[in-house]
Design a protein around this ligand. Structure first.
Ligand SMILES: Nc1ncnc2c1ncn2[C@@H]1O[C@H](COP(=O)(O)OP(=O)(O)OP(=O)(O)O)[C@@H](O)[C@H]1O
Length: 766
């Protein structure tokens, strides 16, 4: 311990000295920068007398700007180093391995921390970054022979010792030697710290299976099925940090995208990368993407509104049609049918729109169809459309000429306000710079008319260039009524319902992706090749179609796809290809079975709701058994829930959640509880929540966690269907330390089989 204390003190002092040095350097750079800005023009010779002098002026400005830029760059670099040191000052390292590399005489101690730190000569590592190749030994190996992969190849050696450290405000507080991969004690301690508004980093306690996922670089698609609380999101975030470190010369944070289930979740994970010293990646929601693409024309059904409908609507004929619609349209077979339909369009069946201008049809859709289908059928669809577009633009140009003599043009010319007149004049002058005769009144009028018509045709040309002359809506409708669905039971009603909705400019959630897919396959999708890696969390909540669509959107990206089929929210059923489609050779599947978030008692209880409980391995962290509270009615439960929230606060829990099924229910329960308590209501447009007590629907609690969870109300009338079983399971597994389940009347059938020794039952008194 003495040696370690001395070393820790040495590192502490070293960091302090380095910080002081950097501060001084930064002041110097800032001073230079200021001076350069102030004297910028003193060093520039401005002379515009001839082209040679202009050139000289430009190059002296460039030289000064480059000098300034260089200073700014060094300033930014110093600031980055200072940020790293600030993080290391608090806790410089968390682990050490004593590794004897094959061929060397003795073991070398390797200290591992959040970032690398070099000695004063920049020749030796005082601390190795946790992402360095050698650091993987710390996470993966037990004492004994080891191998790890370095850039130069496989390295063999013997791991002689492994140590963990606990620092508080830069001071070494404790250390443990461990023979296991990563000892349980540190992990237990870290998990006992409780939940917070923002996700924490896990680098000091990454588990072996998690490390393998974080460092996997071979597969194009890494798919992780992991039980609730097994660290999937944590792995995704640390993996992003790992990839940014390993490929720092050619990948930047803005080339990584994370698809989150909702904005609350986005905010929850937003601090992980900055804490690891990296910039945040882009965060999107698929709902947001659909809205961006279709929201201008359609009222796109939001994924959560869709859920609210399914959970709350009356179960009549329309409901059954809707459920069929969701199940069919999310599946692989539906996509295959759509692909076949698109294939057939090469020969015929594409729908076009008339090209219209000021209520006149300039080119009827039949002419467009004839032109399109007269083009060589060997030319790909998209190219034929482009050729058709070019032809249309030429035709339009002819019409544009004719249009200039129309009465509206003259009227428009007479009504031009001064500003527009001036602008039009300017445009005309620009366009006819070399033309003689601009000065005559008649010629001016002609030119202005030409300009006015050109401007009026501009939006039309733009739409033609965007291939908007294809009638996507009609085409999708045609597909819905296509004969290919004849073997799908009840699909006629589904087709009728969907097409009626879409014609009213309402886009059902389950139609939005197939609709976009059809449109994009025909017109060509604006793909984003700059994105190198896509992370999809809660992947079980995406349909097969949506996942395939994301692959299309980011053709140059690798994908990390994490999810848990037992936490499926939507009613589309499990993804029929595991979690993703695609070439199996490119996919690596991993499974996490150990659950870290909740206490052992909570997991033992919650897993009984699932078909194969023994597949979930609880982490041995002690805690009370869950409590089941039964009341006579929902109203009778409000007071016990209120008392429960108060009790949780008294116990010192900082995050306490009352989880309900729907937003409507959240509103009701919140309205009643807030008469007595300071409690927040979390809705779908919330981007953040404060610590304390909250009420929220289960779909907004996805991916996040709370110290204490109260589930309201787990009665048979509420959580009955096989899908609701997963909602209930998801709600219960949000709890880290304490779980109470309230029910008005009969228990949900999914709770009934749970052995009674796994919980404590109480009657609500009021
Ligand atoms: N190796 C680890 N060290 C410390 N804490 C960990 C580790 N792995 C997971 N955790 C903690 O367990 C909790 C659950 O992790 P995370 O949210 O990443 O799991 P998940 O599999 O995405 O969960 P879910 O699917 O239930 O939302 C978090 O508090 C996380 O910090």
């Amino acid at each position: 311990m003495q040696y370690e204390k001395e070393r820790a003190a040495y590192i502490h002092a070293f960091i302090r000295t380095k910080q002081a040095m950097l501060r001084e350097q930064l002041e110097g750079v800032a001073g230079d920068e200021m001076e350069l800005k102030e004297t910028f023009w003193d060093h520039v010779t401005v002379n515009f007398s001839n082209s040679h002098e202009i050139q000289e002026t430009i190059s002296s400005i460039k030289q000064q700007a480059e000098l300034l830029h260089e200073r700014e760059r060094s300033g930014a670099l110093i600031k980055k180093q200072m940020r790293t040191l600030r993080r290391l000052a608090d806790s410089p390292y968390f682990g050490r391995i004593d590794l004897k590399i094959e061929g060397e005489d003795q073991a070398e101690p390797i200290y591992i921390g959040l970032a690398s730190l070099m000695d004063e000569n920049d020749s030796d590592f005082l601390i190795y970054d946790w992402r360095a190749p050698i650091s993987s030994v710390y996470y993966d190996s037990e004492i004994g022979p080891v191998t790890y992969t370095a850039p130069a190849g496989t390295v063999k050696g013997v791991l002689e010792n492994k140590r963990q450290y606990v620092f508080r405000r830069g001071e070494l507080k404790a250390m443990f030697d461990t023979s296991l991969a990563i000892g349980d004690e540190r992990l237990k301690e870290s998990l006992s710290e409780g939940a917070s508004r923002y996700m924490k980093t896990i680098v000091s306690t990454i588990q072996k299976e998690q490390n393998q996922a974080i460092r996997d670089e071979k597969s194009r698609y890494l798919v992780i099925q992991g039980v609730a609380g097994s660290g999937k999101t944590s792995v995704a975030m640390q993996r992003a940090a790992y990839l940014l470190f390993r490929h720092r010369s050619h990948i930047e944070a803005n080339q990584l995208v994370l698809f989150s289930p909702n904005e609350l979740f986005s905010s929850y994970v937003s601090t992980v990368l900055p804490e690891l010293g990296e910039e945040n990646m882009k965060q999107l929601t698929f709902r947001g993407y659909l809205y961006k693409r279709l929201g201008r024309v359609y009222e796109v059904e939001d994924g959560f509104a869709h859920l609210e409908y399914i959970l709350g609507a009356a179960k009549g004929e329309l409901y059954r049609t809707r459920m069929r619609s969701i199940a069919v349209k999310s599946g692989r077979a539906f996509k295959e049918k759509l692909d076949a339909f698109i294939e057939k369009l090469k020969e015929g069946g594409l729908f076009f729109k008339d090209i219209r201008f000021r209520k006149k049809t300039l080119i009827p859709k039949e002419d467009i169809e004839t032109y399109f289908y007269c083009l060589d059928h060997g030319i790909p669809l998209q190219n034929r459309l482009r050729l058709t577009g070019e032809w249309l633009l030429k035709e339009i140009a002819k019409q544009e000429g004719k249009e200039r003599s129309e009465a509206w043009v003259e009227k428009a010319r007479e009504l031009l306000d001064n500003e527009t007149l001036l602008r039009t004049h300017w445009e005309v002058e620009k366009a006819t710079a070399n033309e003689e005769g601009f000065g005559t009144q008649e010629r001016q009028e002609q030119l202005i008319a030409k300009q006015l018509v050109r401007e009026a045709f501009e939006p039309l040309k733009k739409r033609i260039k965007a291939l908007a002359f294809i009638d996507s809506e009609k085409l999708y409708e045609q597909f819905l009524f296509d004969d290919c669905h004849r073997d799908t039971e009840g699909f006629a009603a589904v087709a009728l319902w969907s097409s009626s909705e879409i014609s009213k400019k309402r886009m059902p959630y389950e139609d939005a992706t197939p609709f976009l897919y059809l449109q994009d396959r025909i017109k060509g999708l604006q793909v984003d090749r700059s994105i190198k890696h896509v992370f999809i969390d809660e992947a079980q909540d995406y349909t097969h179609f949506q996942l395939v669509y994301m692959q299309m959107l980011y053709p140059a990206a690798h994908f990390t796809i994490v999810g848990d089929v037992s936490q499926t929210l939507y009613f589309h059923g499990p993804n029929q290809t595991g979690l993703i489609g695609g070439d199996e050779a490119d996919v690596k599947y991993m499974a996490f079975y150990k659950s870290y978030r909740s206490t052992e008692a909570i997991i033992r209880f919650a897993r009984e709701m699932l078909p194969n409980p023994e597949e979930i391995i609880p982490f041995e962290r002690p805690g009370d058994v869950p409590v089941l509270v039964k009341g006579t009615s929902r109203q009778a439960l409000i007071k016990p829930v209120k008392e429960w929230v108060e009790q949780m606060g008294e116990r010192g829990y900082r995050t306490v959640a009352v989880i309900v099924k729907t937003a409507k229910e959240a509103n009701d329960v919140h309205a009643q509880l807030s008469e007595w308590l300071d409690i927040q209501l979390v809705a779908k447009d919330h981007h953040e929540y404060k610590e304390g007590a909250v009420v929220l629907p289960v779909y907004l609690a996805k991916g996040i966690e709370f110290d204490a969870v109260g589930v309201f109300d787990a009665s048979a009338s509420h959580y009955a269907s096989s899908q609701e079983r997963y909602h209930l399971y998801t709600a219960c597994t949000r709890a880290m330390d304490h779980l109470t389940v309230f029910a008005a009347g009969e228990w949900s059938p999914w709770l009934k089989p749970i052995p009674s020794h796994l919980y404590e039952e109480k009657q609500a008194l009021s």
